[in-house]
Write a protein that binds this ligand. Structure first.
Ligand code: GLU
Length: 490
């Protein structure tokens, strides 16, 4: 089995492309085959090195590797069929176009966009399906000479045989299309640029691809490809079309409506291993209750023929759940390393490691650490700006209750020596202060929590106080007390 992924670097790595890449990888690994990455950059105007980098880096980040093709963006191609970049394979395409012209399976077309548009409008008026009217199939030498003299340049069209084309799709089973409805399509533009349908077929043949596994959006392209394969005398690979990923409302995941860029998931703090598991199960299942799989375990169980036919619904809650499961399976040190990109450098490694136990149970995504623990590294004034003084009031009590708790806590903490300032001891003393004041613990803690973390929901309070340190804690409590006094909330 030789499979390939052939992304066009005309946009960032899309979640659907990532899943199709994963299925190709799993199919290849399962069969002991070869996975090829090919860069389909014939659309020069829309292809950029930045998108290519985003795609290759994104696949690598997910742990998706390939056996042939460029290993780094812009780097040297590795493998017996190099180059794996279409813009460097133009001679091959020109040679194959020449073969089709010579055999009469393709012909030159001199029509201008205006002429084609006129044909299209006439067909529309006559309620005929729009397709090329084959005017240039029967030109005389004089016509050609006239066009050439006018400075026109010819495109090359494939003369599509009017026949039904059926194939046994690995995922969908038997499918059939009628190519009689197609019309002759352009395979080489009049500026010499060869187009997708043509080059994809040539490359798949030249690279010995045995199984074309791609998104369902390409299903209707396949009869065109098969017609070209036959005209060129190639072997026909097996085709498998993977159902699209759908939003919860079953609409197509589009760039505008949905989060489709893998980089965005990475920035949110999804773990690559969670995302890979999630993607693997979008349209396939090993039929067991087990939840977490490594890539190797997935490859063991994966069967491309067992991929579901129906669209796969993107369930964000499930992704969040999986991500949390993976986060909680990490050791403190591992989690600290993963959190590093979200935590400022001013928090040193020891400081970061100390934060981990506070947040690990509450993290859905790594990026949540900013909301949960940001109070530890943000300046006091910033944290103060996160809350309005009325939030200091406990649920069962007015401003007086807040004042009692803040004043009591300030007195309590001020009396503690730095060496005593540890979570357990802090808790013990603050609970005692609450009892002395005759206030329920929960109500006593609310104003402290808001003053210290700027939020009503936070990591464990006493560990938070310990990490913030006595002096900064006291400063925030004093600030809260002052704001309470002047706010009228009192
Ligand atoms: N370059 C095409 C795409 O990005 C590849 C399609 C295919 O796999 O044949 O959609």
């Amino acid at each position: 089995m030789r499979v390939r992924m052939a992304p066009s670097p005309t946009g960032p790595l899309h979640i659907g492309t990532a899943r199709t890449s994963l299925y190709n990888l799993l199919a290849a690994r399962h069969a002991g085959g070869t996975f090829v990455l090919r860069i389909e950059d014939t659309d020069v105007a829309r292809s950029t090195p930045e998108f290519e980098r985003d795609i290759i880096d994104g696949l690598h980040w997910l742990g998706i590797t390939w056996d042939e093709g460029p290993q780094v963006a812009g780097g040297t191609d590795i493998g017996p069929h190099a180059p794996y970049r279409q813009s460097l394979r133009l001679e091959l395409y020109a040679r194959e176009a020449g073969r089709l012209l010579a055999s009469g399976a393709a012909y030159r077309c001199w029509c201008t966009p205006e002429e084609l548009e006129a044909v299209r409008r006439a067909q529309e008026a006559a309620r005929e399906p729009p397709r090329y009217n084959r005017r240039c199939l029967s030109l005389t030498d004089a016509d050609v000479a006239a066009f050439t003299a006018e400075g026109r340049r010819a495109a090359i069209r494939f003369k599509v045989p009017a026949e039904r084309i059926g194939f046994d799709d690995i995922v969908r089973g038997e499918v059939e299309f009628d190519n009689a409805l197609l019309g002759d399509f352009v395979i080489v533009r009049n500026d010499g640029v060869p187009l997708y349908h043509f080059v994809v077929v040539i490359d798949d043949e030249e690279m010995g691809i045995t199984h074309v596994i791609r998104g369902e959006d390409h299903l209707s392209n396949t009869p065109k490809h098969i017609a070209l394969i036959r005209a060129l005398g190639y072997r026909e690979p097996r085709f498998g079309h993977i159902p699209l990923i759908l939003n919860q409302d079953r609409s197509k995941m589009s760039k505008r409506k949905s989060q489709t860029a893998i980089a965005a998931y990475r920035e949110d703090g999804y773990l690559p291993e969670a995302l890979v598991n999630f993607l693997a199960f979008l349209g396939w299942s090993p039929g067991t209750e087990e939840e977490l799989f490594t890539l190797d375990e997935l490859a063991d169980r994966f069967e491309i023929g067992a991929v579901h036919r129906g669209g796969a619904i993107f369930d964000r809650d499930r992704l969040d759940h999986l991500n949390g499961v993976y986060i909680r399976a990490l050791t403190d040190t591992q989690l600290a390393l993963r959190l590093r990109p979200w935590v400022p450098a001013a928090v040193d490694d020891a400081g970061l490691l100390a934060i981990v136990p506070l947040v690990r149970e509450r993290l859905v995504r790594l990026g949540d650490v900013v909301g949960l623990a940001g109070f530890l590294w943000e300046p006091d004034a910033v944290v103060s700006s996160w809350y309005s003084p009325d939030l200091l009031r406990p649920r069962n009590g007015g401003p007086e209750a807040a004042e009692t708790a803040l004043a009591g806590t300030i007195a309590t903490l001020s009396a503690m020596a730095p060496a005593e300032f540890a979570a357990d001891e802090i808790e013990h003393r603050i609970r005692t202060a609450a009892e002395t004041a005759g206030v329920k613990a929960g109500d006593f803690f609310t104003p402290i929590r808001v003053a210290i973390t700027g939020r009503t929901v936070s990591p464990p309070l006493f560990a938070s106080l310990e990490l913030l340190g006595r002096d900064r804690s006291l400063a925030r409590l004093a600030d809260a007390r002052a704001r309470l006094a002047t706010s009228g909330a009192r």
